[in-house]
Write a new protein. Structure first.
Length: 158
């Protein structure tokens, strides 16, 4: 809308309060007739609406209470939500317990693996093997008494 049209437009009428008018009584006299006359063009724009003759009456509805079906539906939805939350919390507690148990088992296995690695390193040391061989009455052979066996059909690369 252009600026001159905004200046020409009349401000909307706002009702100050809602009042009811008494219904007009029918009269026996005929209503006066208006004769159409041409006058100067109206200052209204073509998009303007005529003023309402009376303010609209507010619709008054009787307030009704909630239906039983609404209460049943609401209670069932809330119950399902509560059961879901409780079940979810139980699953979280169970998962946490299982994770702690698995973590404890992992820690025990890591300690056992470290101890076994130390034992394997100790037992595979050449000095320890020599001591064990002596305890089993094993002796080193003389280098002249060592016999090398040759496998028939074996190549030189064997």
């Amino acid at each position: 809308m252009s600026a001159p049209a905004r200046k020409l437009q009349e401000p909307p009428v706002r009702p100050t309060s809602v009042r009811t008018k008494p219904a007009p009584t029918p009269s026996t006299e005929p209503a006066p007739t208006k004769t159409p006359t041409r006058s100067a063009p109206s200052v209204r724009t073509t998009a303007a609406r005529p003023r309402p003759t009376s303010p609209p009456q507010p619709r008054v509805r009787a307030r009704r209470g909630f239906h039983l079906a609404f209460w049943v539906f609401s209670a069932s939805v809330i119950s399902m939500i509560v059961v879901g939350i409780v079940a979810l919390n139980a699953m979280v507690v169970n998962t946490t317990y299982r994770m702690e148990t698995a973590q404890q088992a992992l820690d025990d296995l890591q300690e056992q693996q470290a101890a076994l690695s130390i034992d394997a390193a100790t037992l595979s040391a050449p000095s320890h093997i020599e001591e064990w061989a002596k305890s089993q009455w094993m002796v080193r052979p003389d280098p002249q008494n060592v016999v090398v066996l040759k496998v028939p059909g074996g190549g030189a690369d064997r």
